[in-house]
Design a protein around this ligand. Structure first.
Ligand SMILES: CCCCCCCC(=O)SCCNC(=O)CCNC(=O)[C@H](O)C(C)(C)COP(=O)(O)OP(=O)(O)OC[C@H]1O[C@@H](n2cnc3c(N)ncnc32)[C@H](O)[C@@H]1OP(=O)(O)O
Length: 187
């Protein structure tokens, strides 16, 4: 059963950009989306209809697990990112992954662009349920990976208490490292 508990499906936040709008990386050094991670995944997300966010991830030589094929762990990372950005952009509240499960249905060759459609499935207290599927090279391509996850809403304190001090100082000195998406801290 998914979601595994009774949930509410909130409207997306009023500040969520219009469908079709490209979303900026949420952190310049994020392995999933950051511009400053040379061998990162460089996911690019845009707002979809309703409770959906679409991301694209192109598999490069740096992402191999077997010759010419994407590493499954990195595919899971891509889905973590795509699902996390769905929570972040639709709810505009900080959250972290509590649980992530993936089904790998087809191998994903180097050079493939995975088109990942993620959606917000519901919220129960601090628990946020999301799911996604990734298709090969086109929005109607064959499904290669499915994933679903539980994110847990946290206070900003989570990051301040647990993040490495020098990285927090770097963000304080240059807030543009966090991208332009505002986060509602006291909704
Ligand atoms: C835009 C941003 C994009 C980002 C994309 C990338 C996202 C990430 O990778 S985040 C990094 C990876 N994740 C982490 O580091 C999280 C590490 N874990 C933690 O910090 C904590 O365990 C945390 C915050 C998840 C939960 O701790 P805590 O705040 O004490 O809450 P807790 O009471 O334990 O859990 C809250 C609820 O979630 C449930 N829950 C928590 N973890 C799980 C789990 N693994 N499975 C099932 N349920 C869970 C709890 O049972 C509880 O449910 P209920 O409210 O019904 O009692």
């Amino acid at each position: 059963m998914w979601p595994p508990v009774a949930v509410e499906l909130p409207e997306r936040h009023e500040d969520t950009p219009a469908p079709g709008t490209d979303l900026p990386p949420h952190y310049a050094y994020c392995f999933g989306c950051g511009d400053r991670q040379e061998d990162g995944l460089h996911l690019r997300a845009s707002v979809g209809e309703g409770q959906r966010i679409r991301s694209r991830f192109t598999v490069t030589e740096a992402h191999q697990g077997a010759p010419g094929l994407a590493h499954g762990g990195l595919l899971a990372c891509a889905f973590d990112e795509a699902l996390g950005t769905t929570v972040g952009n639709l709810l505009r509240r900080p959250a972290v992954t509590g649980r992530l499960e993936t089904d790998f249905l087809r191998p994903v060759p180097v050079g493939t662009t995975l088109v990942i459609d993620a959606r917000l499935d519901g919220v129960a207290g601090r628990k946020v349920y999301v799911s996604a599927e990734g298709r090969i090279d086109a929005e109607d391509g064959p499904v290669a990976v499915r994933a679903r996850a539980l994110f847990v809403l946290v206070e900003l304190k989570h990051f301040i208490d647990n993040g490495r001090a020098e990285d927090l100082r770097a963000v304080a000195a240059d807030p543009s490292l966090l991208g332009s998406r505002p986060v509602e801290l006291n909704p």
